[in-house]
Structures are given as structure tokens and as C-alpha cells.
Design a protein around this ligand. Sequence first.
Ligand code: UDP
Length: 246
Amino acid sequence: MFPTSKVFSVLGMPIHVMSDYPKWLLESLKQGKGAHVVTLNAEMTMQAQQNPSLSKIIQNAELIIPDGAGIVMYLRWLCWQKVQRCPGIELAETLLQAIGLQQADKTVFFYGGANGVAAKAANYWQQKVPTLNIVGTHSGYHSAEEEQQLLQTIAELQPQVILVGLGVPRQELWIAQNRYLCPQAIWIGVGGSFDIWSGSKNRAPAWLANNNLEWLYRLYKEPWRWRRMLALPHFAVKAFVYRLTT
Ligand code: UDP
């Protein structure tokens, strides 16, 4: 049975609040119900304000989870006190472990990251969960011809879970364009998760993440992100005004 969910709106973007996201995914897998999972944060919400295609894709996704601290703070401010943050990387990790343990007949594909990163990430998971069936990996940098080959491979393999780490909004646009190839699969945009699983990058320490400061760690590690991160104060101002005027 699917867990019950409530849909809220964050600057016009829907967000699903439920107690057990992995359960929802495992149930979809069991029933062969295809889904596009979007891991919404403030940055993506602000991008969607400027990008109608991205906005439409988010609105059409079957599951939109509160990935970012800004989204959660906004929802709490809207009086939904109980909402918890669900980082996309953690949801993907729980899902991969659960598939290995409970639905080992299901197959998984990793797509994205620099050359060799998805393969390294798959290796990491294969060691961690030997029963997990990762049927293929592909890097996120390639020619148009390679892309055609990749699409053909995915169509032939029909993996039930396809993790796409191309960054926002590239991964969301790519999933929306290609999900018809495996209509029963769960497609998740996982951003830089392969970088973490492959050991190329580290996640923020838990004490920063627990205090809603994961963004500060990323800024420290990757200062070139400062321009993208201006979306965060913009989001805060916009959400404040939106709340007061609607
Ligand atoms: N990436 C990719 N192909 C591209 C551009 C980016 O595979 O053409 C990968 C990049 O190597 C990285 C991920 O996409 O692994 C983006 O990670 P980031 O943490 O920036 O994701 P976001 O913050 O957008 O979720």
C-alpha cells in the first residue's frame, strides 16, 4: 500500500509530504508504476521560476521530495511543523539498500558524472550490497552519437531504477525527454551523488547538515558556486513576499 501523502505548494511548485518516501518508491517498483522523482531545493525552485520547461516537468513529476533546508523551513513556516528534510542522496541510498534486500530481481542503471565516476559508484554499491543488480553505467559527458547508443542500451536493458546525475536542470529535462523508453521505471535525478559514492567528493559533516548549513560547506569546497547560490537569499525573500501576499 502507498503511504498517504499531502501536497503543498512552494512558490507554485508542488511538494509531497509523507512519512515514508522509500516505502512509496518500493511500492511503485512492486506495482511497476513508473515515476519521475524530483528532489526539490530552493535553487531548483528559483530556476523553475525562470525556466517554464523545468517548471512544467516538476509539476508533472509523480514524486517531489523536500531535499533542501530552504524548502523545509518554508513548509514549517506554513504551519506544517512535522515536515522533515529528505535529501535525495539519502533517499537513493535507502532505496538501493532496500532493493538489494527485498526486491533483488529489480535492475538498476547509473548515468552521469565524469568519466568512470558512475562505474566507481556502482562498484562501491556492489561491494556494499552484493545482491543489488546494477546492469549498467554511463558517464555524463559524451558525444551525440554515444547518447543515441546509451538510449538504445537503456531501452534494451529496461532497468527498473535509473539514477541520473547530470545536475539541475539537465537531469530533469533528460528524464522527461527519455522516460518513455522505460515507462515502468523509477527515474531519479540525483545531482552529484555519484561523486560522493565514488569517493571523488565528500558530503558536508553531519553537524553542518543538521543545522541546515550544507550549502555553506558546498560553498567553501566549491567557491565557484557563489553565483548559483544567490538563489538561496532570493528564494527566502520571494517565499516571504509570496506568503504575505497570497
Ligand atoms: N554532469 C554530467 N554531465 C554534464 C554536466 C554535469 O554528468 O554535462 C555531472 C557532474 O559531473 C556532477 C553532476 O552532474 O557529477 C552535478 O553535480 P552537482 O552537485 O553540481 O549537482 P546539483 O547541485 O545540480 O544537484
